[in-house]
Design a protein around this ligand. Structure first.
Ligand code: KG4
Ligand code: ZN
Length: 339
């Protein structure tokens, strides 16, 4: 079969990214222009500033992706772009850009679901990994436990009833004064702390035994801080970070391993920004080894938002014959498994 080269564009949140991916699994370039410095001033992502930064950077980022891959637009097979879910203004920049390039260069266009992108990051470094497998998706906006039945085909077996895991990390980080982006800061602070210093509740929720709830855990941390403040007691941030992180990791790991067992899969993958968390990676590895499961996760740079993962997902969609029309639009609330 002829090689397929995807030029992929990602702009759903606070990273302007472009990549060239060969046959879905080989990254020829992966350029990320991060907006962290900009949003840090405000303690979180400011949607309108994100859109403006995307439009300022996107052409250079795409050119740089082509240059680094040593390719011209002529040699590209198709354009892949994230069209949802995400911030509408941010998504629109990438979608409009990808449509313009595809139209002008007469290339097919493939719209990619951002979360399918996160899952597909696993195919890049694990050439042997093929569906079906169980995947824990943990990002800033999503927490899903799924069976990846086939490329781009998901059976959702669990989801968060309230906050996403990354959102809980970000809120707790803000409450203890670690600032934005919260997840990585908690990860670092927790390395110096005692994960058993404070026992936070591991909330069980109604519904499926694979559903998650993080708002109770987050509130318990906030209560703990308020009570310490009222008593005039100092807070040990590393202990608090480590204890909160430990509670989140325990819940994520136990449900994922239980799901793999019950559904009868011996391969487990992780995806999304929180999958780069050191304690989660270590905890999941340990539990999977004990349970006789093979664990896959992407390198940290492929866990957080990037365009290489979008190129990987676009390839598998392209191979199935999926093409977007010239009416492709941003869909900020796009659900997993929806087109
Ligand atoms: O997947 P992602 O880059 O963007 C979304 O699609 O949401 O995920 C971002 C989320 C943020 O909430 C961030 O705090 C969290 O992932 N995150 C982490 C770590 N790195 C990023 N959470 C915990 N530990 C980390 N090392
Ligand atoms: Zn993401």
């Amino acid at each position: 079969m002829k090689d397929v080269f995807i030029l992929a564009v990602e702009s759903s949140c606070d990273e302007t990214a472009a990549a060239v991916v060969k046959n879905g699994r080989e990254v020829l370039s992966n350029i990320i222009s991060s907006q962290i410095a900009l949003h840090t001033l405000y303690g979180g992502v400011v949607p309108e500033l994100a859109s403006r930064k995307h439009i300022e950077k996107i052409n250079q980022v795409i050119q740089s992706a082509l240059d680094t891959a040593g390719m011209t637009l002529d040699e590209i097979t198709a354009i892949g772009v994230t069209y949802g879910p995400g911030l509408v203004g941010a998504l629109l920049v990438g979608v409009a850009e990808a449509k313009a390039i595809a139209y002008a260069a007469k290339k097919p266009l493939v719209g990619v679901h951002h979360i399918e992108g996160h899952v597909s990051a696993n195919f890049i470094e694990h050439k042997e990994l093929e569906p079906p497998f169980v995947c824990l998706i943990v990002s800033g906006g999503h927490t899903h436990l799924v069976v990846v039945r086939d490329y781009g085909e998901f059976e959702i077996i669990g989801r968060t009833m309230d906050d996403a895991a990354g959102e809980a990390f970000d809120k707790v980080a803000r409450a203890v004064g670690l600032g934005y982006p919260g997840g990585p800061k908690i990860d670092v602070a927790a390395r110096e702390g005692n994960p058993h210093a404070v026992e936070f509740p591991r909330a069980r929720v109604g519904g499926s035994m694979y559903d998650f709830s993080f708002s109770g855990m987050k509130s318990a941390v906030l209560n703990y801080i308020n009570q310490a403040n009222m008593r005039g007691e100092p807070i040990c941030v590393p202990d608090l970070a480590a204890s909160f992180q430990n509670a989140v990791v325990e819940v994520l790991v136990s449900r994922t391993v239980a799901a793999a067992r019950e559904y009868g899969y011996n391969r487990v993958a992780m995806a999304g920004g929180v999958a780069s968390n050191t304690a989660l990676r270590a905890g999941m590895k340990n539990a999977c080894e004990k349970a006789g499961l093979t664990l896959y996760y992407p390198s940290p740079i492929l866990c957080t938002d990037n365009a290489a993962m979008i190129g990987a997902a676009a390839y598998f969609e392209y191979r199935k014959g999926v093409r977007a029309g010239w009416d492709l639009n941003a869909v900020p609330g796009l659900k997993l498994g929806e087109r």
